[in-house]
Design a protein around this ligand. Structure first.
Ligand SMILES: *[C@@H]1O[C@H](CO)[C@@H](O)[C@H](O)[C@H]1NC(C)=O
Ligand SMILES: *[C@@H]1O[C@H](CO)[C@@H](O)[C@H](O)[C@H]1NC(C)=O
Ligand SMILES: *[C@@H]1O[C@H](CO)[C@@H](O)[C@H](O)[C@H]1NC(C)=O
Ligand SMILES: *[C@@H]1O[C@H](CO)[C@@H](O)[C@H](O)[C@H]1NC(C)=O
Ligand SMILES: *[C@@H]1O[C@H](CO)[C@@H](O)[C@H](O)[C@H]1NC(C)=O
Ligand SMILES: *[C@@H]1O[C@H](CO)[C@@H](O)[C@H](O)[C@H]1NC(C)=O
Length: 571
């Protein structure tokens, strides 16, 4: 009798290997296999939007191509005995609930954050009856499909020892050992992003597609595309084609209008909104290449006096023509974007740049404005353009906390310098996105990249591990009345030292950490605080699945440990 509780403990199944962890989940310990004729059924009378149909067939393909054996000692062989009498899952119904119009995944993924509905319910019975995903939107169904595909493992080529498969020598079977599964899921925060910089080093669209695939696997819903900077201007702007013609590293290292639409459409179809950033008025030296009259202190030496990294060069924002140009450039770009968010940047504005710039100083005198007044005029002028296009402006924290620009109340502020700055943003009453360098920067710890700083470190050293990112508390230091100002957050990769060759290993699976922080929230489905010791086994699982889907995500531990959750903990 006394042995019983111990046995129960030993037999208690580990948490389902889902990432991010759902809001609520219950599961059993029965095995279910996917029927050889398993299919996904669109249960509405209204035809499925094209990207939903594509998501269904992509999910079917992934089920049969992931080829992931469960991460247990013995892998698939360890589960075979449990499968002999398992029920077969015949189908998965996808059902839209409610009476709203059925829209495409992309339409739902790019609508304003406050209307975004990613919630879904998923049930997988253990008795051979059909599984079901219900959601109010195609986006919710898509999130449910993503979760569904994380439930299945392959037997490898051993299924022919089972009756149904004996006709197919070498065939494999897909199974789950934790049915029945019941999940009710909805994100804790509406904004869950990843920033990639394509200006320090260029990344081709195929590389971006791969990042989007990985983002979608962990339900990240925003690609913050820092597309231009002082080093290069790869974005083609219809109204000002000379910007990329002269400002890109080469003609091959540009994004055409079509490329940008392709990335937006690719992202939208897998549940991701693309928020483009044109950083202004700093970080704009590359504009000098085509518009030398608009840029002060271009490549001025020593660069450290005029900029945080070479080359120096910032827009002469007090010059009316520069505002006119920036508004025209933004309007041209904005007219092509479905997202309701657009970032005008605003970080690291260097005041030395303007001290001896006679054109800038003359413009201040002409306007009868101080530096701060002129900056206010410029930033608010560009934000008018953003709003005129029906979108919400987004800025880096300095615009609010350092330059004191009188930002409109709708403006979203990204915290990056330190997690401690979130409190000041909240105290000023602005909505925020967390991207603090002390938790979420992916580019720290690689040493300095400056040529003569051989033993130096990057400014944001040390390396930020996934555990560090995972430990972030989005509500730290805030009072309850300020909680609703937090829209979410993101990890960020600045690409001084990365490009298509190494972006996957630098980002994945680390960026999955913030994906769970902002999807799952403070507590896991068991009601206990999220905890990286518990999370590790699930993160291994999604990392192995990423590798199966062609993403070069790094190992977190020796495989021996991945197969033995807890055995490699520090004791
Ligand atoms: C659908 O919308 C209703 C009403 O807004 C809401 O209560 C529910 O949580 C949503 N999600 C699902 C999966 O039904
Ligand atoms: C820029 O100036 C030109 C000429 O004065 C004007 O036609 C145009 O509307 C202005 N553009 C913006 C975006 O204000
Ligand atoms: C501006 O010019 C003066 C005189 O040449 C020089 O001493 C000073 O260092 C310059 N300041 C900046 C910020 O460039
Ligand atoms: C902005 O406000 C802060 C806090 O009130 C102050 O410390 C800072 O000097 C101000 N910055 C400017 C540029 O006026
Ligand atoms: C926020 O809280 C942390 C931990 O309690 C503390 O170290 C930090 O100083 C606080 N920051 C601010 C700006 O109050
Ligand atoms: C974290 O989870 C592990 C494994 O589930 C558990 O043993 C540990 O007590 C938890 N730690 C904390 C601090 O909650």
């Amino acid at each position: 009798m006394q042995l019983l509780p111990v046995l129960l403990l030993l037999l208690a199944p580990a948490a389902l290997a889902l990432w991010p962890n759902p809001h609520s989940v219950s599961f059993g310990s029965s095995s279910v296999t996917l029927s050889p004729t398993f299919w996904i059924h669109w249960a509405s009378t209204t035809p499925a939007p094209a990207d939903m149909t594509a998501a269904i067939s992509r999910t079917m393909t992934q089920l049969y191509t992931d080829n992931l054996q469960r991460l247990v000692v013995g892998r698939a062989n360890a589960d075979l005995h449990a499968l002999a009498y398992a029920a077969q899952l015949p189908m998965l119904h996808l059902e839209i609930t409610g009476s709203s119009e059925i829209k495409s995944i992309m339409a739902e993924a790019t609508c304003a954050l406050e209307y975004r509905d990613e919630s879904y319910m998923l049930s997988v019975p253990a008795d051979g009856t059909a599984a079901m995903i219900q959601a109010n939107t195609t986006l919710g169904l898509f999130r449910g499909l993503t979760t569904f595909s994380q439930l299945w493992y392959t037997t490898g080529g051993v299924a022919s020892t089972f009756p149904y498969y004996s006709f197919f020598p070498g065939a494999s079977m897909l199974y789950s050992v934790q049915a029945p599964v019941m999940i009710m899921d909805t994100p804790a925060y509406p904004y869950r992003g990843l920033l990639l910089d394509t200006a320090r080093n260029f990344m081709p669209v195929t590389t971006l597609y791969r990042q989007l695939d990985a983002m979608s696997m962990v339900k990240i819903n925003t690609f913050h595309w820092h597309i231009t900077d002082s080093q290069s201007f790869p974005l083609t702007v219809a109204a000002y084609p000379e910007l990329s013609q002269y400002g890109a590293y080469s003609a091959a290292q540009t994004y055409s209008l079509q490329d940008v639409q392709d990335v937006i459409n690719y992202a939208g179809a897998i549940g991701i909104d693309v928020m483009i950033e044109i950083d202004t008025p700093g970080h704009t030296a590359a504009i000098w290449e085509s518009h030398p009259d608009y840029v002060a202190c271009y490549n001025e030496a020593p660069w450290g006096t005029y900029a945080n990294e070479p080359p120096a060069g910032q827009l002469r924002f007090a010059v009316p023509e520069v505002l006119n140009f920036t508004q025209g450039m933004f309007a041209s770009i904005l007219s092509t974007l479905p997202s309701t968010l657009f970032s005008t940047g605003g970080d690291e504005l260097n005041t030395n740049c303007y001290v001896n710039d006679t054109i800038f100083q003359h413009a201040l005198v002409e306007a009868g404005q101080t530096f701060g007044e002129a900056l206010n005029t410029f930033v608010l002028g560009t934000h008018d353009t953003v709003r005129a296009a029906g979108k919400t402006p987004v800025v880096w924290e300095e615009m609010l906390l350092v330059q004191n620009v009188s930002l409109g109340a709708d403006t979203l502020v990204i915290v990056w310098i330190s997690s401690d700055d979130a409190l000041a943003v909240a105290q000023k009453g602005y909505k925020m996105i967390h991207g603090p360098s002390d938790y979420f920067y992916l580019d720290c710890g690689g040493g300095a990249w400056l040529g003569d700083d051989t033993l130096g470190n990057s400014w944001c050293d040390p390396f930020k591990t996934w555990q560090k990112a995972y430990s972030f508390d989005p509500l730290q230091n805030l009072t309850e009345s300020q909680y609703s100002l937090v829209l979410g957050g993101q990890q960020l990769l600045w690409t001084e030292q990365s490009g298509p060759e190494n972006v996957d290993p630098i980002v994945w699976p680390r960026a999955a950490a913030s994906a769970e922080v902002f999807w799952t929230g403070a507590n896991g489905p068991d009601g206990l605080p999220r905890n990286s010791t518990e999370a590790l086994a699930r993160l291994h699982d999604v990392r192995y699945r990423m590798v199966a889907r062609g993403i070069n995500a790094i190992n977190l531990q020796p495989e021996w440990c991945a197969l033995r959750p807890g055995d490699c903990n520090l004791v």
